[in-house]
Design a protein around this ligand. Structure first.
Ligand code: MTE
Ligand code: MOS
Length: 760
């Protein structure tokens, strides 16, 4: 079965925020925001705007009954600016009118005078001026300072990676509907329903039980709606609360690109030391994360950069320092990989540089340094069930890396204006929220008397297919037809205190909760069936494909008979379960611990073809050996790998965010910000599954180190295969222009490629 949402999407029946049936009197909101990156509000007058056609109200900081505060990790972000403006797009007010256009029109009539101050845009400049979100963070293993003297080769350099706009198909939005008393219901497109509920309660000075948040689905989130769906829901709620009329707020695409956070741009310095055999003995790296104007999720993202700074390698001596730099750009936020890709790009660049200087291929260094069983990551966790070497070897053999490389060399020797390049990209991604307490979820399951089943969890469907997965898990555990099961919206009344659906943990956390809730129901049903069948020992009863078995013998009764009997026997057909990941912890003082339940591994080979006359390129293929665990929804998992790779390539290639020196984003439309289109996707993506050692996986010792039904998290890890694209392209460029000075500065847009092809 496909992701069952796909048919509804295609025929246009899926309900997104803009499709929610709203009461006739619903009003529409428009956000009025700062046109300058840094400055002060000297005058702000709404009188003329309030007289504008259709306008029902304008609300700003002074209208907030509770706290003007939406910061999640650190309380450093106002919903509406007070005196100071910190970035272009900083919200100042919400205008509410009878139509969207009337609200937008009125925004032009707001009278405002601003005093411009000099903005900081560059993270290194911010670090120098001590403009930091949190104190610097440092991960250390071994002793780097002592290790340099043992190195035969040492290379140092700088690496830059750009930000990335999410371009979720559905822009940010929410509908707020006032209910009885002070209560309010909000329909939000958020990855974190509880964050929205908590923040609205804070803004409106209400207890959380008066705020209901419902999430049907998201037209894509990719991390962009983990923290940053909250503001719009709060604004709609504030206006609805004031006016006692429903309010809908949906950002148009250009505003969404301008005023919402993106992947963090990073600038980094590395120093890598190797011995003659190609073993990396020491690695020192400093990351300057451009956090933007407030913390948002930056501290947690910074940590994941550190966690993944050595990718799939074991390096005995590591010193990694990270600065979260406060600048006058939009607060940057979660994006698939959550800081991991930025860290992994730097180590891969350092390896590429070393290989280049030594006249060998990167893969020779990669292979010698892959993390082995029981090797220690820089954060103290040991690699258990490490598939770094296994996946690399299998990828090399299965796809015949040597032959592929020979073919590329042969092609390049015969062609002058078209060049090919090849690169290998191993990945290792830790699974769990690194903020340990977030690793919890719950499920609520009702079986109705007609045998239909309703499943609610904390998981949010955003196209990644988590609902189809919850459905499959419930059907498997109860051994019933999937069509019996409906996975309902994510609602704070049915499932409380939700962690965001993020960190690729949606299926793991919620899937385990579904399993537990199903097992509670199963036990009750077995007891009812045992009574009905005159069996003294209920544990001898089993359900298989809708039928009831006693001691493995078929009986005359079925699942639905038992459900009906349970109801008339007054046995509850509702179960709730809570799951939390066992054995994970992390000490943020020593920066050591066991933060991840397990790691996901894999290796990709990427080949590109470069047109050296035009600087344009295409991806010939991506061949992957990926660690799925035991995939129980193959089609969805394959889709996640393919989508992740394309998004990763986009980040490395055509997606370029350009701000002018006043902090205004110039690439604020799909005509100037280039996401991969149908022509840019790889011509072929070949995906092999890493075979599993079954005995080891089901072994009790390892059972906590895998997802539900022995699957593994899939959402983010494949994104990082896309990093290999960058090095494949650099290799192609180098074969055209061997004198090219390697500057690791992504994305590599065709313009940049062309400049480098003909430069020194
Ligand atoms: N796939 C689709 N189609 N849409 C999305 O928004 N988000 C990604 C990934 N895959 C996303 C997606 C991100 S950032 C994460 S963390 C995971 O899905 C979240 O879902 P999961 O935990 O259920 O895998
Ligand atoms: Mo994903 S960046 O953890 O929402």
């Amino acid at each position: 079965m496909k992701n069952y949402d796909s048919i509804r999407h295609v025929v246009g029946e899926s309900i997104f925020i803009d499709d929610v049936l709203i009461p006739e009197n619903t009003l529409y909101g428009y956000v009025y925001y700062s046109p300058i990156a840094h400055g002060k509000i000297l005058e702000l007058n709404f009188d003329e705007a309030l007289k504008s056609k259709g306008v029902k109200g304008i609300y700003s900081a002074k209208d907030i009954p509770g706290e003007n505060q939406i910061g999640g990790i650190i309380p450093d972000e106002n919903l509406f600016a007070e005196e100071e403006l910190h970035f272009v797009g900083h919200p100042i007010a919400i205008i509410v009118a009878d139509t969207y256009l009337h609200a937008k029109e009125a925004s032009k009539k707001i009278h405002a005078v601003f005093e411009k101050l000099t903005p900081i845009l560059d993270p290194r400049e911010a670090a120098e001026k001590n403009s930091l979100i949190i104190p610097p963070r440092k991960f250390e293993l071994g002793n780097v300072d002592d290790a340099w003297k043992d190195c035969d080769y040492i290379f140092e350099g700088r690496v830059d990676s750009g930000g990335q706009e999410h371009i979720y198909l559905e822009t940010q939005g929410a509908v707020a509907i006032p209910a009885e008393g002070d209560s309010i219901k909000v329909i939000s497109a958020t990855q974190g329903p509880t964050a929205v509920q908590r923040t609205i309660a804070r803004i409106l000075a209400l207890p959380m039980h008066k705020v209901e948040v419902n999430v049907q689905r998201l037209g894509g989130g990719f991390g962009g709606k983990e923290d940053q769906a909250t503001a719009w829901a709060c604004m709609a709620a504030l206006a609805a609360f004031k006016l006692k009329i429903p309010v809908k707020l949906v950002l148009n695409r250009q505003d969404d690109i301008r005023i919402t956070g993106k992947r963090h741009p990073y600038s980094s310095d590395y120093k890598i030391g190797l011995n003659k055999e190609g073993k990396i003995l020491a690695y020192e790296v400093t990351f300057y994360q451009n956090a933007g104007a407030s913390a948002d999720l930056s501290p947690a993202i910074l940590d994941r950069t550190l966690f993944h700074c050595t990718n799939a390698y074991f390096i005995p001596n590591v010193k990694a320092t990270a600065f979260s730099c406060k600048t006058n750009l939009v607060p940057f936020t979660a994006f698939r990989g959550f800081g991991g890709p930025q860290g992994m790009f730097v180590i891969e660049a350092a390896i590429h540089r070393a290989a280049n200087e030594l006249g060998i291929s990167s893969s020779e260094i990669q292979k010698k340094n892959l993390i082995k069983e029981n090797d220690e990551f820089s954060y103290g966790q040991k690699a258990i069930n490490s598939f770094a070497i296994k996946s690399y070897k299998l990828c090399e053999e299965k796809f015949d890396l040597q032959k592929l490389q020979d073919e590329v060399d042969e092609f390049n020797s015969k062609n002058f204006l078209v060049k090919k390049g090849l690169a290998v990209m191993p990945i290792c991604f830790g699974i769990s929220f690194t903020t340990t307490f977030l690793n919890q979820a719950s499920a609520l399951i009702h079986i109705y008397t007609d045998g239909s089943i309703n499943v609610s969890t904390a998981a949010v469907e955003m196209g990644q297919g988590v609902n189809a997965k919850m459905k499959r898990i419930a059907a498997k555990v109860l051994s019933v037809d999937e069509n019996r099961i409906h996975v309902d919206s994510t609602n704070t009344l049915r499932v409380a205190n939700t962690s965001p659906t993020a960190a690729s943990k949606g299926t793991d956390l919620n899937g385990f909760a579904v399993i537990d809730a199903c097992n509670i129901l199963l036990e009750r049903l077995k007891k009812v069936a045992a009574l009905e069948l005159g069996e003294d020992d209920w544990t001898k009863i089993s359900f298989k494909k809708e039928k009831v078995f006693d001691e493995d013998e078929p009986t005359t009764i079925t699942f639905i008979d038992v459900v009906k009997k349970a109801y008339t026997s007054r046995v509850s057909l509702t179960a709730q379960a809570h799951h939390s990941t066992p054995n994970i912890y992390f000490d943020t003082k020593t920066n050591k611990g066991n933060p991840f339940a397990y790691h996901v591994y894999g290796t990709a080979i990427i080949q590109v073809t470069l047109d050296c006359l035009r600087g344009t390129y295409e991806t010939d293929f991506v061949k992957v050996v990926h660690d799925f665990g035991e995939s129980f929804h193959r089609q969805i998992d394959i889709g996640q790998v393919e989508g992740g790779i394309v998004q990763g390539i986009g980040w490395m290639s055509s997606e370029e965010l350009i701000w002018n020196n006043e902090g205004k984003l110039l690439t604020d439309a799909l005509s100037t910000y280039k996401v991969p289109d149908i022509h840019a996707i790889p011509k072929q993506i070949e995906i092999e599954t890493l075979p599993y050692d079954q005995e080891k996986i089901v072994n009790d010792e390892f059972k906590d180190q895998i997802g539900p039904l022995n699957s593994k998290a899939i959402g983010e890890p494949p994104f990082m295969y896309g990093i290999g694209f960058y090095f494949a392209l650099i290799n192609a460029m180098k074969s055209f222009n061997p004198k090219m000075k390697l500057k690791y500065d992504s994305p590599l847009t065709p313009e940049k490629v062309l400049m480098n092809l003909y430069g020194e």
